[in-house]
Ligand binder design. Structure first.
Ligand code: ATP
Ligand code: MG
Length: 557
């Protein structure tokens, strides 16, 4: 990870001030995902903020599953979320919690509200609830059940818990103010009946607290000092505070909001991501084109690049949409520094060096990194027959072509200077073999007389090459704001995956899954986490060497 000093932001300053004036002694934050999908790049911002600030100030961060909606939750999501948070480099230690761990205590809090005359069982249907809520300009209408006695409410609430009512028949509502300008305070529902098993509590409950009721109280039970969340919760803050003020809680955490991370050329809504998975548009939640953390991991993005990205995006209170190119440049920067170099050919054509002895072979020592000697070097085999990229040769070169053509001399990277003498073509005129002679005096790729050549191309020794599958990914959507003019599925990029069968130097078979390389002149690649084996190497392209979406970049391969 780069060790630049992070720019400060209001959350960091807020916490520093709270510590300085003694308002809190230890910082305790939490990251509260709902286990109804996989985490995405937007969540990474929340994770880095919550875990990062706790780490920075010597406090702790809890991982709490906000599992109050059994209809959409799944233990498989719980497992994936834990794995992703760890992959980003964070550790909750013993502080793994679930809102559902507190169901009994939350129930008792609801009973306490009833005792205080601050909650009632309401028999309005969902439609009637909606119809009586009012609008931004009109106050709501009080429920006919609002003035039930404490005794009646206690009895009815106990019977809700006992399963005596059907789903939707009644709810428990906080008794606040139907005329409040803030709709969230118009007697919000705090418990509803759902006769569904829960991913953590099984069949123990048939009533479930709402997010608004559970969240602040869970924060208080855990001794959270700073409940950091996204801006859409700003309107819920008065409700968050109201529950904490009415009830006998151990502490009163502060809710502070920041802006969500939105990214161009992708979607960061779990509902939309789920649609992509369910319709088979992508190959699962961890498809390398997905903006999910498991997708980015599978693609090969290093966690350090995500940390850098989140730092650079910054934290504020105004909504914005960040350019995908910024994420890509953070990935490139990190990989340029850390990824060893290797050679592979993805669209191969055969090159034969007629002046090189048939049986001969030799090994060139190539540095693994041009700037970092600590990454060492390797032996790259060479022989008479090589693979080169088909587009590194042209029979009729366009103007300014700096590669191989008949009569031209180029450098085979780190090996020899070769001059093209002719080609062999198939019946359709396609070049099948390029013939060259080499200058034996140019071993290592250096011209003995310092003469200039057309350019430098990469190669792989055909005798030693390992077959390699390369998956080249492009952006998943063709437009900056998918769905801006309607259906986001209409903006899916139909050409977001190209598969190439190529050849690589032997080291690319020997490496473990998730190893990352710069394949010279082709981009940064990662050995697929699940599909790569020494017998069948499979590499995903993480990013190209430059922004292929910017105007001046050439699109190769
Ligand atoms: P939903 O509630 O619709 O299922 P969500 O994206 O809000 O989706 P949660 O699991 O509730 O998902 O999110 C967990 C935490 O991550 C919340 O505190 C939320 O504020 C934060 N978060 C979610 N999306 C983003 C985002 N795009 N940028 C920053 N933080 C986010
Ligand atoms: Mg949410």
């Amino acid at each position: 990870m780069n060790t630049t000093t992070p720019p400060s932001h209001f959350l960091r300053e807020h916490i520093a001030e709270d510590l300085a004036r003694g308002a809190v002694r230890e910082v305790v934050t939490r990251f509260p995902p709902e286990p109804n999908g996989f985490l995405h790049i937007g969540h990474a911002k929340s994770i880095c903020i919550n875990f990062g600030l706790a780490r920075e100030f010597g406090g702790r961060c809890h991982l709490r599953f906000d599992d109050t909606n059994p209809e959409k939750e799944d233990p498989a999501f719980v497992a994936a979320i834990k794995e992703d948070v760890r992959w980003l480099g964070f550790d909750w230690g013993p502080h793994l919690y679930h809102a559902s761990d507190y169901f009994e205590r939350l129930y008792q809090f609801a009973v306490e509200l009833i005792h205080k005359g601050k909650a009632y069982v309401c028999h309005l249907s969902a439609d009637d609830l909606r119809a009586t809520r009012g609008t931004l300009t009109e106050p709501g209408v009080e429920s006919p059940y609002r003035n039930r006695s404490v005794a009646e409410n206690l009895d009815l609430f106990a019977r809700m818990r006992a399963g005596e009512f059907a789903e939707g028949e009644c709810t428990l509502r906080a008794k606040i103010d139907m005329a409040s300008p803030n709709i969230n305070l118009r007697d919000p529902v705090i418990y509803r009946i759902l006769k569904r098993p829960h991913q953590n509590t099984g069949d123990a409950w048939c009533i479930y607290p709402t997010y608004d009721f559970a969240h602040g109280l869970s924060d208080a039970l855990e001794g959270i000092t700073h409940s950091i969340c996204t801006l859409e919760f700003a309107d819920h803050k008065p409700l968050y505070d109201w529950f904490l003020e009415q009830l006998d809680v151990p502490c009163h955490p502060q809710q502070i909001e920041f802006n969500r991370l939105n990214l161009t050329f992708t979607v960061t809504s779990k509902r939309k991501l789920k649609t992509l998975v369910e319709r088979g548009i992508v190959d699962g939640w961890d498809d390398p084109r997905m903006p999910t953390l498991s997708g980015l991991r599978r693609r090969g993005v290093p966690p350090a690049a995500i940390h850098q990205f989140v730092e650079r995006v910054g934290v504020s209170r105004s909504e914005s949409c960040v350019d995908m190119a910024l994420l890509e440049s953070c990935i490139r920067e990190e990989l340029d520094r850390t990824a060893p170099r290797a050679m592979a050919v993805l669209r191969p054509v055969r090159l034969v060096i007629t002046s090189y002895a048939e049986e001969a072979e030799e090994f060139f020592t190539l540095a693994n990194h041009p700037k970092d000697p600590s990454l060492g070097s390797r032996q790259v085999p060479f022989c008479r027959e090589l693979w080169i990229e088909a587009d590194d040769f042209a029979l009729a070169p366009p103007k300014g072509f700096r590669r191989l053509t008949i009569g031209a001399e180029v450098r085979l990277r780190g090996a020899y200077l070769v001059t093209c003498t002719g080609v062999e073509q198939d019946a359709h005129g396609a070049v099948t073999t390029v013939f060259c002679t080499h200058d034996p005096e140019s071993r290592g790729g250096n011209a003995p007389d310092g003469r200039k050549v057309q350019g430098t191309i990469h190669w792989v020794s055909a005798r030693h090459a390992v077959p390699l599958t390369a998956r080249l990914y492009d952006r998943l959507f063709t437009t900056e704001h998918p769905g801006a003019d309607g259906d986001f599925l209409a903006d899916v990029n139909a050409d977001s995956l190209t598969i190439c069968q190529g050849w690589g130097e032997p080291m690319l078979a020997a490496c473990p899954a998730e190893a990352r390389f710069q394949l010279e002149r082709l981009g940064y690649f990662c050995a697929d986490r699940f599909d790569h084996t020494p017998a069948q190497p499979v590499f995903n392209r993480i990013v190209g060497l430059r922004d292929s979406w910017s105007k001046e970049a050439s699109r190769r391969p």
